[in-house]
Design a protein around this ligand. Structure first.
Ligand SMILES: NC(=O)c1ccc[n+]([C@@H]2O[C@H](COP(=O)([O-])OP(=O)(O)OC[C@H]3O[C@@H](n4cnc5c(N)ncnc54)[C@H](OP(=O)(O)O)[C@@H]3O)[C@@H](O)[C@H]2O)c1
Length: 346
C-alpha cells in the first residue's frame, strides 16, 4: 500500500513522522519545491504526547511534481479546508484503482469532496488529536487523541478497516459506522467553542463567565444543532452528548443544561482556539466550512441561522483586517441575540 500525505503542517507532519517511523510506505506532498527542499534538509521531528520521533530521510516533493508514474492506495489530505477542495481534483488522478482519499478537515470538506469526486473515492475523517507546528519539520503533539474514519454513507466497510489497521501502526485510529454524525458533533463544538473563542480572543471557560458569552454560545450551538437534525444527521456522542438535556424544550431542564455546559467546559474550556491562531498569523480561517457551512445548510433547509451568519461575517471582517478579535465582540453578539430571538424560545 502506497500512501501520499498532502500538507505537511501540524497534523500532516505529525502523522507523517509517526507513519515513516512505523515503516509505512509514505511519500509527502508540499506546496512547492522550496518547501520540499527545506523539509528534505530538516527531516521531521515530533515531540509531545505519543512520544518523540524523528524521520531524517523523507520522500517529499511539491504536489505538482507528482504525476503519471505515481499511484497511491491512500491519499491523506492534511491541508486546511480551502486548500483541500482546491488540491483534491488534481491529486485524485494519482489514486491507484480502488484507491481512497481521506480528508481530515473539520466541517463540510469530506462531504463536498464526495459530492464532487464520488463517494467511492472518499472516506470521512476527523481528528481529535491536536498538534502544532513549531516550524516546518518540527511538530508537537498536544494530546493523545485519535483519528476516526468511516464511510460517509454510513455502515462498516472492508476498506475502512484496512486503512484503519494500516494507519493504526502509526497513530491511534478508530472506525465509525456513523462518521458523518461524528464530524457533525465536532462541528457543533467548532462552531461555538472555537469560533466564539477566536472572535473574543478568549478560551471558552473565560467567555462562559459572562452572561453575554452564555447567551451567544447557547444560540450558536442550538442553531447548528437544529440544522444538523433538520438535514437528518444522527449525531454521535463524542466526549459529551451532542444534544443538551431537555432539547428541544430549553426551559424544562435548566439545571441539567448547566451541567451539560460544564461538561463541555471541562473538556474544551481551556484550549486556545485554533482560529485565533489563524487570526494572529494573518491567515484565512476555515469559517466557511464551520459556521458558514451551517449557514448554507440552514438557508437550504429553512432553519434560522442568524447568529452563525453574523459570526461568519465578523470572522471575514477580522480576516480582512477591518475588525480585531475583542472581548466586547461577545456583548455585541449578545445584543443581536436579544434583538433577533425576542419572542422565540431559545
Ligand atoms: N492541528 C490540529 O490539531 C488539528 C486538529 C483537528 C483538525 N485539524 C484540521 O486539520 C487540517 C490541517 O490542520 P493543521 O493544523 O495541520 O494546518 P496547518 O498546520 O496549516 O497545515 C496545513 C499544511 O498544508 C500545506 N498546504 C497548503 N496548501 C498546500 C498545497 N497547495 N499543497 C501542499 N500543501 C499545502 C501548508 O503549507 P504552507 O505552510 O506552505 O501553507 C501547511 O503545511 C485543518 O482542516 C484543521 O482544521 C487540525
Amino acid at each position: 500500500m502506497q500512501i501520499l500525505i498532502v500538507g505537511i503542517g501540524a497534523l500532516g507532519g505529525t502523522i507523517a513522522a509517526r507513519a515513516i517511523r512505523a515503516g509505512l510506505p509514505v511519500r509527502l506532498a508540499v506546496r512547492n519545491t522550496d518547501s520540499a527542499e527545506a523539509l528534505r534538509r530538516s527531516g521531521l521531528r515530533v515531540s509531545g504526547l505519543g512520544g518523540e520521533v524523528t524521520a531524517d530521510v523523507i520522500d517529499v516533493a511539491a504536489v505538482e511534481d507528482y504525476g503519471k508514474g505515481d499511484q497511491f492506495n491512500l491519499i491523506l489530505l492534511a491541508t486546511k479546508a480551502q486548500e483541500a477542495l482546491e488540491i483534491a481534483p488534481h491529486v485524485v488522478d494519482l489514486l491507484a484503482p480502488g484507491g481512497i482519499m481521506l480528508p481530515i478537515q473539520n466541517g463540510g470538506v469530506a462531504r463536498a469532496l464526495a459530492d464532487r469526486l464520488g463517494e467511492d473515492r472518499i472516506l470521512g475523517g476527523s481528528s481529535n488529536f491536536g498538534a502544532t507546528m513549531v516550524e516546518p519539520g518540527v511538530y508537537e503533539q498536544k494530546n493523545a487523541g485519535h483519528l476516526v474514519i468511516g464511510e460517509l454513507a454510513g455502515g462498516v466497510s472492508e476498506r475502512t478497516d484496512r486503512i484503519a489497521r494500516m494507519l493504526g501502526r502509526a497513530i491511534e485510529v478508530k472506525t465509525s459506522s456513523n462518521i458523518t454524525g461524528a464530524i457533525w458533533s465536532k462541528l457543533l463544538i467548532n462552531c461555538s467553542v472555537t469560533t466564539l473563542g477566536a472572535l473574543c480572543s478568549q478560551t471558552m471557560r473565560q467567555y462562559m463567565e459572562t452572561e453575554a458569552g452564555k447567551k451567544v454560545f447557547r444560540q450558536t450551538y442550538q442553531e447548528a444543532l437544529s440544522v444538523a437534525l433538520a438535514i437528518g444527521t444522527r449525531l454521535e456522542r463524542l466526549s459529551v452528548d451532542p444534544i443538551p438535556p431537555g432539547w428541544p424544550s430549553s426551559f424544562a431542564a435548566e439545571e441539567h443544561y448547566q451541567s451539560w455546559v460544564e461538561a463541555i467546559i471541562a473538556f474544551y474550556g481551556d484550549v486556545k482556539p485554533s482560529m485565533l491562531q489563524d487570526f494572529e498569523r494573518g491567515r484565512k480561517t476555515e469559517v466557511d466550512f464551520i459556521n458558514g457551512y451551517v449557514v448554507a445548510l440552514g438557508h437550504a433547509s429553512g432553519v434560522p441561522v442568524h447568529m452563525n451568519a453574523t459570526i461568519t461575517g465578523l470572522v471575514h471582517q477580522i480576516e480582512r483586517g477591518v475588525l480585531q478579535p475583542a472581548r466586547d465582540r461577545m456583548n455585541e453578539l449578545a445584543d443581536q441575540a436579544c434583538e433577533r430571538t425576542r419572542g422565540t424560545s431559545i
